[in-house]
Design a protein around this ligand. Structure first.
Ligand code: TXE
Length: 495
């Protein structure tokens, strides 16, 4: 047996290893070394978790719990997460290498989703339908879907899980979670709090393992009613196709190639900070990364120079230290992918203004670092401007006027987010209308909230997370007809 910390799954309220007895090492991106292990599950473990969730949905106490009691459980979980936020954040940082400052702030914010959706749980209402038929009383009920599978990625494991878990539970579903094989530990640690909060056994279960094995087995399972997925667009398309074969409900939150647009009338200090936070925060590993910086030609040189100057001062280092500004890339394959894109951009003729490789500092040698990298004179037709890199790599693209900014911004298969920097409010409203993305930020970037719907246009996804509408993604409508009269007329004719 190894001497690494071991995190176990929870199935039907019980701690579980995998049937195979195999383990996956969780690697610390700052050292490149294993620090913990999680069970390597297979299709048999996936089936056991789904069956437990299905039992809890159909026969357990959860099925008859009032919506108000469900809401209380969610709010209790919120309080426990708030209590343990720092500890959970540290576990996430060991797994994903993002800054402790950022993960701790996220974990302190996560409880708000459980409070918000806990509050919504007993406000799910049906309606009485006016009837065009005599003596007929018709009403709707809003009912949960059943077993929901939540598949999450490695960049913000608990935040992105929360966006699924809170509305799914508030709506009365049961859940099987499949975290990323690279960053499972914080999700497994959260399960202790789910138990402490008092959720009945089987309501929330976890199965760790590789996507192609355990993820695909979950999507395939006939007792699963819905898949809520966040990840890459290629995997999202595969999950969507597989779910379609079984007519399952799906929400997909996929990647982006978001335009961050600076006009010449913008507050330049703010715009430069917005450009930096859009791409270098979290080492660019966010779906909302503002990876295409569109700059009006009249200020193109000035903005490029200022963004380069600020990015050049970024302190790379140990993500656990509060003074670090840019941490490592979460996984080695992802680091290699980012470096590959840098080579592609150079080959395409983009001008490398900063970075372009791995840092030389020997103190960083063990970690999967990539230097903050900026390319100038990028054409929107280049691969570096079209494909999601998911790393600290910025492409700067010039434009002449509003029309051209809109044209370039929308010339992408994605549509997750966008930023507009201008002091002209007429222009701000117009741009917000014309850009095809699920979120538009004006004079800010990277703002999210439990109150605000989030999701993608085009290939960035289907469905919305957060905000009131998110709960609809976990409900279905039943229509009930009650005949108040006696005597059925002609049985061969539809009423
Ligand atoms: O993601 P995957 P990867 C993008 C980013 C990154 C690329 C690949 O561009 O470079 O995706 O990252 C599970 N059936 N994003 O490979 O494969 C997998 O185990 C069911 C954007 O890490 O999408 C993990 O739990 N599940 C993104 C989850 O899917 C499967 C965040 C996501 O992994 C599966 C992360 C299958 N066949 C990466 N194959 C964002 N939108 O924020 C894999 N999985």
């Amino acid at each position: 047996m190894s001497n690494l910390a071991r995190f176990l799954n929870t199935v039907d309220g019980q701690p579980r290893e995998s049937y195979s007895g195999r383990w996956i090492a969780s690697l610390d991106p700052f050292t490149g070394k294993a620090w913990a292990e999680v069970p390597q599950c297979g299709a048999d473990d996936a089936a056991a978790a789904v069956e437990a969730a299905h039992r809890a949905f159909t026969r357990g106490p959860w099925a008859t719990l009032t919506a108000t009691a469900r809401g209380k459980l969610l709010r209790r979980l919120a309080d426990l997460i708030a209590r343990d936020a720092e500890k959970l954040a540290e576990t996430e940082v060991r797994d994903n290498g993002k800054l402790l400052a950022e993960m701790a702030a996220q974990l302190r914010y996560v409880p708000e989703w459980f409070h918000y959706f806990g509050g919504l749980a007993d406000k799910i209402e049906g309606g009485v339908i006016p009837s065009d038929k005599a003596d007929m009383f018709t009403y709707t009920r809003r009912e949960p879907l059943g077993v929901v599978v939540a598949i999450t990625p490695w960049n913000s494991p608990l935040l992105l899980l929360t966006w699924k878990l809170a509305p799914a539970l508030a709506a009365g579903n049961t859940v099987v979670i499949k975290p990323s094989e690279f960053t499972s530990c914080s999700t497994l640690a959260l399960m202790d709090l789910v138990k402490e909060a008092g959720f009945p056994d089987g309501v929330v279960n976890t199965v760790t393992g590789y996507g192609a094995e355990v993820g695909a087995a979950l999507v395939e399972h006939p007792l699963v009613a819905k898949v809520a997925f966040t990840g890459g667009d290629a995997t999202g398309a595969a999950v969507y196709a597989q779910a379609a074969r079984h007519i399952k409900h799906v929400t997909l939150e996929l990647g982006g190639k978001s335009p961050n647009i600076i006009f010449d009338d913008a507050n330049m200090d703010d715009a430069v900070k917005g450009a930096i936070s859009g791409i270098f925060a979290a080492s660019g590993q966010t779906c909302i990364a503002g990876s295409r910086l569109l700059v009006q030609r009249s200020v193109y040189e000035e903005v490029s120079q200022r963004v380069v100057a600020v990015a050049a001062t970024a302190r790379l280092g140990n993500p656990m230290e509060r003074t670090t500004q840019v941490g490592p890339i979460t996984t080695q394959p992802q680091r290699d992918k980012v470096l590959g894109f840098i080579d592609i951009a150079k080959g395409e003729g983009a001008r490398c203004l900063l970075g372009g490789g791995t840092p030389k500092d020997p103190a960083l040698a063990g970690g999967w670092f990539v230097e903050p990298t900026i390319f100038g004179d990028v054409l929107n037709t280049m691969r570096i401007a079209r494909e999601e890199v998911f790393g600290p790599v910025l492409s700067i693209i010039p434009f002449e006027d509003e029309d051209e900014a809109v044209e370039i911004a929308n010339d992408t298969i994605f549509g997750l987010a966008s930023g507009v920097w201008t002091k002209d409010m007429r222009r701000a409203f117009k741009m917000a209308e014309r850009i095809r993305s699920g979120t538009v930020w004006v004079n800010t970037y990277r703002a999210v909230s439990f109150l605000a719907p989030f999701g993608g246009f085009k290939k960035s996804g289907i469905g919305r997370e957060s905000g009131q509408a998110a709960i609809d993604e976990y409900l279905q409508t039943k229509c009930v007809w009650i005949n108040l009269a006696e005597g059925i007329p002609d049985p061969f004719i539809i009423r």
